[in-house]
Design a protein around this ligand. Structure first.
Ligand SMILES: [Zn+2]
Length: 380
């Protein structure tokens, strides 16, 4: 007998989620525009997409409907923006975040659009408990100027990751898929030397440092993997779905095979982020490697009904003990709200169709919080 969706949703209300992959809010005060709200629901960089097309997506229409319901107004941009822009920002943000039923935020500060709250400010203004995930590439870029060769640089990066974890970070995240590709290959030391020298020259000229290309990014990823294994913290790897800065064709998690097969990384825990449309590949990895976990995060609010469908497809192979809840929300509380509601509903649909009522109930609890608590050792 299929599980009653209302019963499941209601039962999970007692289950504050661990949002294991999200980003800080934009520093207030500001007046949110329709274009900014639309831009929060697309991965497009080209402004014509939010200007002309986002309003024509199922995901954004569903977002407006959810926001209208939650705020008690018409599900239109004008009504939603009018209400939120007149509200006191801290009160509004905390009220909206409270509705997401989140018990803990694991925040990556690497993406904030340059005007996000700092970790210190965020902890002060947002009344949801929070921990930090340290972003590998950001740490590495800061350390170029103070080191003279790749070996010294990579050692400094490992030291910085260790310090961040000692200071309370619960994991490391890499955006290697954006900066290079995920087809991991052994690092060519000559190429690494040349690429590092070019970065050093930029640092000397005080130009912005951006770590890109396979030589630098793969070397960093291998070092971070070794360090995470030693520190016993998970390594989050962005794969699949993202903005067009990344080559989606090269962002399948299957390219991470060297980390999974090489004995020197045995015991390293990997959390695959986004995954869509490679969620089946990610689910396969979860099914065959004990230390691989996955989420569908951003695909769930953005892909409309396909989010729930993808969740169900992932659960074909991925054990529900390895699926993680995440909003990947950033900047605006509205995005948290929409992603949280969509994620819980998608779980109801997928788990309700796949399992008997008691199993679906238990599986949802694991996905919403228990799996992340175990993976990030959040209970002590
Ligand atoms: Zn993210």
């Amino acid at each position: 007998m299929p599980t009653d969706p209302v019963v499941l949703l209601h039962a999970w209300e007692q289950e504050p989620a661990v949002d294991h992959h999200c980003h800080p809010l934009r520093r207030w005060p500001f007046q949110l525009t329709a274009l900014e709200l639309r831009a929060a629901f697309t991965e497009a960089i080209d402004r014509r997409i939010p200007q002309e097309h986002v309003l024509q997506t199922a995901g954004y229409r569903a977002a407006l409907r959810r926001l209208g319901d939650a705020l008690g107004c018409e599900p239109t941009e004008a009504a939603i923006l009018d209400l939120r822009n007149r509200a006191e920002p801290a009160e509004f943000a905390n009220r909206i975040l409270q509705r997401t039923n989140t018990g803990l935020l694991l925040l990556d500060y690497g993406f904030s659009g340059g005007d996000g709250f700092s970790p210190h400010e965020h902890a002060r203004v947002v009344r949801v408990p929070q921990r930090e995930i340290v972003r590998l590439e950001t740490v590495a870029e800061r350390l170029v100027a103070g080191t003279s060769d790749p070996r010294e640089w990579l050692a400094a990066v490992r030291g910085a990751l260790r310090s961040a974890v000692q200071a309370g970070a619960v994991g490391v995240k890499t955006i290697c898929a954006y900066r290079a590709d995920l087809r991991l290959r052994p690092v060519d030391t000559d190429q690494l030397g040349v690429a590092f020298t070019m970065l050093r020259h930029k640092a000397e000229r005080q130009e912005p440092i951006r770590v890109t290309g396979a030589a630098l990014c793969h070397a960093l990823l291998f070092e971070a993997a070794a360090e995470c294994r030693e520190l016993r913290v998970p390594l989050q790897v962005h794969c699949g779905f993202g903005d067009p800065d990344e080559d989606l064709a090269e962002a399948s998690p299957l390219g991470l095979r060297p980390l999974l097969q090489d004995k020197q990384y045995a015991g390293l825990r990997l959390a695959l982020l986004h995954c869509y449309p490679y969620h089946r590949e990610a689910a396969y990895l979860c099914a065959v490697y004990p230390d691989v976990y996955m989420d569908l995060s951003l695909a769930i609010p953005m892909a409309g009904d396909d989010g729930a469908q993808a969740l169900k497809e992932a659960l074909g192979l991925c054990p529900f003990s390895k699926l993680l809840y995440a909003t990947d929300a950033a900047r605006y509380p509205e995005v948290y709200l929409v992603a949280a509601a969509a994620h819980r509903e998608a779980l109801v649909i997928a788990l309700g169709e796949l399992f008997d009522p008691a199993t679906a109930l238990d599986a949802g609890r694991q996905v919403l919080a228990a799996n992340a608590k175990r993976l990030y050792r959040l209970d002590g």
